[in-house]
Design a protein around this ligand. Structure first.
Ligand code: HEM
Length: 438
C-alpha cells in the first residue's frame, strides 16, 4: 500500500475548496466552571491522549473548541481551537495568519522575572524587530561553530558510549540527555550551546558565566543596538531552556524507538553506517548525508513522538482553516492550539501511523512525506529563518542525532532497553558489541 494516502494541498487559504463549511464544534462551558471541568478531565479523569481522542470522536472532527489547562487562575483565558490533523496544523507556522507573541508555553505568559524582566526570543513574534536580531545572532554563532561540532560531539560520545558508562545507573533515563550534555561540555568547551549548565547553579551565576563566555554574541548584539544586559538573558535562554528542554526529551526517546524496532533494523542501520563511514573515511558531513536510512529513522522518531507536543498561535485576522473534511471560520484574536502527536500520526497522511517504520522516509514516496513532520515547529522540508518561528536548532539537532546513531552502531550490533515515556527514563538492558566493521 502506498504510504502517502491523501494529497494535501499546501495552500490552506483557498476559499474555493469543495469542503463543506462547518461551525467549529465543542463548547467552553460556563466561565471558570467549564475550564475547571476540562482541566479535571485532562489531568485526572482522562489524561492527555484520551482528552483529545474522546472529543475528536464525539464531535466527528479534528478541529474543535475546548479549554486547555492550566486555566484558572494561571491563565486568564484558556479557550482554544484545537487542531488534531496534519492538514490544518501548518496554519500555526504561517506568521501572516497567526501571532506567536507570548504564546510559547500556552495560553498564558509566565513572569519575565526569571529572565531579568526580558521577553526572550521564544516569546517574540517575528514581526518584532528584536526577534529577527537575536535569532540571526544565534544562527551566526551556531554557524561559526559548525566545523567544530562533529569532532566535539564525537569526543563527548566516546565516554557516553563506553560499555562501562552505558551500564552505570546514572547513564539511565532522563539523566542520559543531561549527562550527555555535561560530558559534551567537559570535553568540548562549548558554553554557548551547553544545556546541562542549567542544573548547576542559580540564574545569577549563569548570568555571570554567559556575560563572559558569550562575548562574541554580546558584542554583536550591542553593535545591532541591543542592550548588553538583555543580550545576556537572551543568550542564557537559548543555551539553557531552548537547547536543554527539547534535547533532554529527545535523545532517550530516539534510543528507545530504535531499540524497540528490533534486530533487523539494527542490522540494516549498522550495515548502512559502517559501509558509508568506511567509504567516506569517517563520520563526516558527507557520510551523514549518505545515511538515508539513519536519517529516516530519526525523522520517524520525531514523527511518532514529537518532543515538544504543544504549539499555540493567535489568529491575526479572521481566517479559514481546512481539515481533511471541512472548512472552519476562525475569528481574529482566537487562540489556535495544535497537539502535534495527533497531527503527525494522522491516518489520512501516514499509513499505520501508530507503527514505527524505520524506512518510512526512504525513497521518493518517503521524501514526499517529510513535509508532514512538524517537530521543529515547521515543515521538515523547510529550514528555520530569522523571520519565522521554526526551531533555530533544527539542523544541529538532526545532525547530532545522526552522529549519535552512527557512533552507536559503529560500536554495537544491537541493544534492548526499558523506557518510561512519561518521565523519558531509559534503561539499557542489553548490549551486543559490533562483530563486523561493515
Ligand atoms: C523553538 C523544539 C533544540 C533553539 C523551538 C520550537 C520547538 C522546538 C517545537 C517552537 C516552539 C514554539 O514557538 O511553539 C526543539 C526540540 C529540540 C530543540 C525538540 C531538541 C531535540 C534546540 C536547540 C537550540 C534551539 C539545540 C539552540 C541551538 C530554539 C530557538 C527557538 C526554538 C531559539 C525559538 C525560535 C524563534 O523564536 O523563532 N524549538 N528544539 N532548539 N528552538 Fe528548539
Amino acid at each position: 500500500m502506498s504510504s502517502l494516502i491523501v494529497p494535501v494541498h499546501d495552500d490552506d487559504s483557498r476559499s474555493s475548496s469543495d469542503l463543506p463549511l462547518r461551525e467549529i464544534p465543542g463548547s467552553y462551558g460556563l466561565p471558570i466552571v467549564g475550564a475547571i471541568k476540562d482541566r479535571w478531565d485532562f489531568f485526572y479523569l482522562q489524561g492527555e491522549h484520551k482528552f483529545f481522542q474522546t472529543r475528536m470522536e464525539k464531535y466527528g472532527s479534528t478541529v474543535f473548541r475546548v479549554n486547555m489547562p492550566p486555566g484558572p487562575w494561571v491563565s486568564k483565558d484558556p479557550r482554544v481551537i484545537v487542531l488534531l490533523d496534519g492538514k490544518s496544523f501548518p496554519v500555526l507556522f504561517d506568521n501572516s495568519k497567526v501571532e506567536k507573541k507570548n504564546v510559547f508555553v500556552g495560553t498564558y505568559m509566565p513572569s519575565t522575572s526569571f529572565t531579568g524582566g526580558i521577553r526572550v526570543c521564544s516569546y517574540l513574534d517575528p514581526s518584532e524587530q528584536k526577534h529577527h536580531i537575536f535569532k540571526s545572532l544565534l544562527f551566526s554563532t551556531l554557524a561559526s561553530r559548525h566545523n567544530d561540532i562533529i569532532p566535539m560531539f564525537q569526543e563527548g560520545l566516546q565516554g557516553l558510549f563506553s560499555e562501562d558508562f552505558l551500564r552505570r545507573p546514572e547513564a539511565h533515563g532522563h539523566h542520559t540527555g543531561v549527562r550527555w550534555a555535561e560530558h559534551n561540555q567537559e570535553v568540548g568547551d562549548i558554553p554557548d550551546i551547553t544545556p546541562s549548565i542549567i542544573v548547576k547553579g542559580n540564574y545569577k551565576k549563569l548570568y555571570e558565566v554567559f556575560s563572559t563566555s558569550g562575548k562574541t554574541f554580546l558584542d554583536k548584539a550591542e553593535s545591532e543596538g541591543m542592550k548588553r544586559e538583555e543580550a545576556i538573558h537572551q543568550l542564557l535562554f537559548f543555551a539553557s531552556f531552548n537547547s536543554s528542554f527539547g534535547v533532554s526529551q529527545w535523545f532517550p526517546a530516539l534510543m528507545y524507538w530504535i531499540a524497540s524496532a528490533g534486530e533487523i533494523l539494527h542490522r540494516e542501520l549498522a550495515r548502512e553506517i559502517r559501509s558509508v563511514v568506511k567509504s567516506e573515511g569517517g563520520v563526516t558531513m558527507n557520510a551523514i548525508n549518505k545515511m538515508v536510512l539513519t536519517k529516516s529513522v530519526i525523522l520517524e522518531t520525531f514523527r511518532i513522538e514529537p518532543p515538544v507536543p504543544y504549539q499555540y498561535g493567535r489568529a491575526k485576522s479572521d481566517l479559514v482553516i481546512q481539515s481533511h473534511d471541512a472548512e472552519f471560520k476562525v475569528k481574529k484574536g482566537e487562540m489556535i492550539f495544535g497537539f502535534q502527536p495527533f497531527a503527525t500520526n494522522d491516518p489520512k497522511i501516514f499509513s499505520d501511523p501508530d507503527k514505527f517504520k524505520g524506512n518510512r522516509f526512504v525513497g521518493e514516496k518517503g521524501k514526499e512525506l517529510m513535509k508532514y513532520v512538524y517537530w521543529s515547529n515547521g515543515k521538515n522540508i523547510n529550514d528555520p529563518t530569522p523571520d519565522d518561528k521554526q526551531c533555530a536548532g533544527k539542523n544541529i539537532v538532526e545532525l547530532l542525532s545522526a552522529i549519535m546513531v552512527a557512533e552507536f552502531f559503529l560500536r554495537y550490533d544491537t541493544f534492548t532497553v526499558e523506557y518510561e515515556a512519561g518521565t523519558k527514563k531509559l534503561t539499557i538492558k542489553s548490549l551486543k558489541k559490533a562483530t563486523s566493521s561493515g
